[in-house]
Design a binder for this molecule. Structure first.
Ligand code: GN1
Ligand code: MG
Length: 369
């Protein structure tokens, strides 16, 4: 297998023992690599970058290297005051000195240091976990908040610009494949009605940006709960991984994504819509953790749009899954037919649950802000 050969080309001591696929990412392929020397064992993360999503993998890697270098030095300089050892994976160079390897098929591979004794979860069931997820995101946003956005390339143009997803959906819904899928499924037709009912809301953040109420900052881009590493010894959050989508953007999309993924205890893949809910207890814990770190850099205007960002990102992700289903599952990896349709149903149900709890959620945001 090609990954085995690639795994020996990074600057890690030892002989390759095993390599196994890990994680539940919808885009890249991820492996855990184990090597041994006479007296030690080394593990690292090997990833193949999905080039049908990231068309400029070299730019992904230069952003990642620059941002992790910056974050590592901020973490070091704040270490004495911190209540924990904050961590962040390091880009491991290839033996030829580059930050990635391009194989004979033109595939890009990278190696990242493994954050030991940590676990990530697809779902949250305890407020303590939600609090840590909020804290981890707030901490990451804070330590990169002074990184100049001019030095970041846009690795995924259009990513998290909600009105553009609506535009792509509109382009796809008229296609032959989409028409066929809509004809065959009453559930798909119900979801298309759901989209129509929320059209006017989709530019809520982008229009605030245009009016100058919000500003662009470095964002993580994909802070879903699966990317939050929890220390198995202390239960505290230690870092956020998956830095492919770090780019200039609205931190609101990050915040919304953390809430939608951490405060729905049923997770993204459930098939039982009755379980999908925005859990207020988890939400309150997440807000508390997030604001402990983020309060200092959020403006009053930023705070005003926090609720909208949660509603918007669950709608946006549902729309992305739904459009991908209608287009024939070309973007998100799937393991079975109808998976993207079901993922869309889950996000739209979550969006409804968020809408129903607006007053309570706004009250909690105001209380902690
Ligand atoms: C994708 O690859 P992964 O699983 O980290 C997607 C995110 C979605 C997420 C939903 C680059 O993330 O935007 O929120 O699936 N990443 C990209 O599970 O599109
Ligand atoms: Mg990702």
């Amino acid at each position: 297998m090609i990954a085995d050969t690639i795994a020996t080309k990074f600057d890690v001591p030892g002989r390759l023992v095993t390599l196994e696929p890990i994680g539940s990412g919808n885009v890249n392929d991820t492996y855990r690599v184990v090597l041994r020397t006479t007296f030690s064992e080394e593990q690292y993360i090997l990833q193949r970058i999905n080039q049908s999503v990231f068309q400029n993998p070299a730019a992904v890697m230069s952003n990642m290297k620059a941002v992790t270098d910056h974050a590592h030095s901020r973490i070091q300089s704040e270490a004495d005051k911190a209540d924990r050892i904050w961590q962040l994976p390091r880009v491991i160079p290839a033996l030829d000195g580059n930050d990635f390897i391009v194989d004979d098929y033109g595939e890009y591979w990278r190696a990242l240091s493994m954050i030991a004794s940590t676990t990530s979860y697809d779902k949250v069931s305890m407020p303590e976990h939600a609090l840590e997820a909020g804290k981890v995101l707030g901490h990451f946003q804070r330590i990169i908040s002074d990184f100049p956005i001019e030095n970041l390339e846009d690795t995924l143009p259009g990513f998290h610009i909600a009105p553009l997803y609506l535009k792509q959906y509109d382009e796809c819904i008229g296609g032959e494949k989409a028409k066929k899928r809509l004809d065959l499924s009453a559930e798909a037709r119900r979801l298309s009605k759901f989209v129509e009912d929320r059209r006017d809301f989709v530019d809520v953040l982008e229009s605030a940006l245009e009016r100058g109420e919000l500003c662009l900052r470095p964002i993580h881009g994909d802070p879903k709960i699966t990317n939050v590493m929890i220390d198995t010894l202390t239960g505290k959050g230690t870092c956020i991984v998956d830095l492919d989508t770090v780019k200039p953007g609205l931190i609101h999309y990050d915040f919304g994504d953390a809430v939608r993924s951490s405060c729905n205890p049923a997770g993204e893949e459930t098939t039982d819509l009755t379980e999908v809910v925005l859990d207020i207890e988890l939400f309150e814990a997440l807000i508390k953790g997030y604001l402990e770190e983020a309060r200092g850099f959020l403006t009053d205007s930023d705070k005003k749009y926090l609720f909208d960002s949660i509603r918007l990102i669950s709608f946006e992700l549902g729309l992305r899954f739904f459009a991908d289903y209608l287009a024939g599952d070309v973007y998100f990896k799937t393991t079975h037919e109808g998976q993207n349709l079901n993922r869309a149903r889950v996000q739209f149900s979550l969006c409804e649950s968020i809408e129903a709890r607006e007053k309570t959620m706004r009250g909690i945001i105001d209380q902690y802000c």
